[in-house]
Design a protein around this ligand. Sequence first.
Ligand SMILES: [Zn+2]
Length: 409
Amino acid sequence: MNTFSRREFLRFGVLSAAGIVATGYTGTLAGCASSCPDVIAPPTHRRRVLADLHVHPMMNTWLRRTPLAVSNPLLADIAENVFNTTGMTWKTCFEAGIDVLCAAHFNVFDEWLSMPTDPNPEAPANTLRMIELLEEELTKPENAAYAKLARNRIELREILSHRKGDPRYRIAVIHALEGGHALGGRIESLDQFAKRGVALITLTHFFNKGIASAPNAYPFFPDAGSRWPAQGLSEFGASVIRKMEELGIVVDVTHSTSTAINEILCVSTKPVITTHASARTLGDHPYSLYDEQIQEIAKRGGIVGIILYPYILSNFRGEEAAKEHGSLRDVVRTIRYTYKICGTHKHIGIGSDFSGYIVGPRDMKCLGEIDKLRRMLLDEFDQDEQIVEDMMANNVIGFLNDYWRSGQV
Ligand SMILES: [Zn+2]
């Protein structure tokens, strides 16, 4: 397959989008992703349902605010309805009994369109705006009835003390950042993020932005033309890790190359996590982790959050085949495998990546349907409710309680 340089790739993307608009896109905007029709209520109020390490509740709202979408609302419609096919709403997540959502903030413009000034000096301010947008969203009465922001682990504990069925029950929502490009190349940005209670930062994303190298997540996303070294963790990246540890922000190694992950593991002195991961042995993608890395993260007390994205979890012929055949079976298989190679279930979590432009399992299109996964895991793990509850929620909640220290009041 032909590969593009980063600039060519961007030019190609912008021209394609312009072409769609210019030719008057009239295709059916298939299945509104955010409608989430099939909520399944938890069978009992006793058990926790899900602490999702990685989800994008604000992606559509944020993209709608960008100048490109404001001037071309049709582009936003296409993006949301054609490409963002996994959905979630606060209400459906509430009805499904979900406990925690780590809301990953990601600004595509700071990562993709800032390349001439890489890293974008405006990225920290844009990130704070995304943080504010989520906070505003959660104070609206129609959302406040379902979800509440946890700015630190004390607030998290308070929110989680009210179980389902109690009128005070709310989903605890936590700020997380996807991609160290949010720092804009300045380590001081971390102070502001810590103050706002950002709990987790994924160090790198699709492109190496001077912190750590990123693998080719998709064949058409080459990192060619990058001005940063092609491999591993940079000096700046190492200082970012040290500062994050000081501030009590958890390091997320997802999206790092295997070389970068090894170097992150050398530099870090506290447990690290991978919020939305897959195993290389089962899904041979550069994005996926080797067994030794999964084992090392677990051995150091971290969490391996399994993504709900079959294409990445298994060896499908391509994305189309994954779309047609990929299901929650791929998720369950990866969880079983991770359990096997770690020798315990205590370091397993879920990072759905829902509403984040992934192609979800064909049998689950909305986070409100999370009970489907719980039931399949019960079948896989001999109906052991404790093990399933731990993997879906308790391990992550316990980890946040132990290692999240930012945002203290
Ligand atoms: Zn991601």
